[in-house]
Design a protein around this ligand. Structure first.
Ligand code: AMP
Length: 245
């Protein structure tokens, strides 16, 4: 019980968390591990932005940018967008003002090449910035395969406010309708069964190798993601604050 309460900061501490230099936090985990949901809880606690490469790519597609056009077919097949494209998109985003105290990286890096690029980028930033970030915190959310499958095939999203539901675990009050704004819920194009299977394979073949990569550098926290959203959030706070405070 004592361990469970360690992450509960007092109101004054929470205020402090919103002005602190938190630095970059990587949320690692397979598709469906809950990275997007957890990133939102971290944004609320630390006041730093979530950078989801999946969301940025989808925004580029929606706006019809050159990057969006290049990425579209690759994303629909459940494959990874080439490292150079994703890394330059991330570099541009990290240079924005709201990242000055840090950021939550969700879905990036996804390959060892991206992780190495990020290490170089962060080393340069420490050398050049007048407000350098503290070292990287990496948290891996671990979830069993069958559980991931149900989470992904059951996922429905509100296209208007972004609320995420699941037909098995967290259904909307009225089927297919957002509880908050009443919009019709949608299934992401890459949440079809064959694409999900491809995305999970991509994770196993490419992204899983980041676990030993970061473990070896002593920067990895592994968290059991087969628990309630709130329990996983509390464990994430503890891991990040263990390294930061
Ligand atoms: P996500 O929303 O994180 O599941 O990402 C959706 C899709 O965007 C992935 O299946 C990839 O096609 C692409 N994508 C997102 N992040 C990356 C990344 N870091 N590297 C390569 N492709 C990515």
């Amino acid at each position: 019980m004592a361990a469970e309460t360690q992450g509960d900061a007092k109101a004054t501490d929470v205020l402090d968390l919103k002005t602190r230099n938190i630095g970059p936090v990587i949320l690692l985990g397979p598709p469906g591990a809950g990275k997007g949901t957890q990133a939102k809880a971290l944004v609320a606690r630390y006041g730093i932005p979530q950078i989801s490469t999946g969301d940025l790519l989808r925004e580029n597609r929606a706006r019809g940018t050159e990057l969006g056009k290049q990425a579209a077919a690759i994303m629909d097949r459940g494959e990874l967008v080439p490292d150079e494209l994703v890394c330059s998109m991330v570099a541009a985003r990290l240079a924005e003002k709201d990242c000055v105290r840090g950021c939550i990286l969700d879905g990036f890096p996804r390959t060892v090449a991206q992780a190495k690029w990020l290490d170089d980028f962060l080393a340069r930033r420490v050398a050049e910035s007048d407000q350098p970030w503290p070292p990287l915190v990496v948290v891996s959310i671990v979830v069993e395969y069958n559980q991931l499958w149900r989470r992904l095939t059951g996922r429905r999203t509100c296209p208007v406010d972004g609320t995420i539901y699941n037909i098995y675990f967290q259904p909307a009050r009225v089927p297919d309708t957002c509880d908050i704004c009443g919009s019709k819920l949608v299934t992401r194009k890459d949440d079809s069964e064959d694409v999900i299977s491809k995305r999970l394979k991509e994770y196993e073949s490419q992204t899983l190798s980041l676990v030993p990569y970061y473990r070896q550098s002593g920067r990895l926290h592994e968290i059991d993601g087969d628990r309630s959203v709130e329990e996983v959030t509390a464990a994430l706070f503890r891991a990040i604050e263990h390294d930061r405070l």
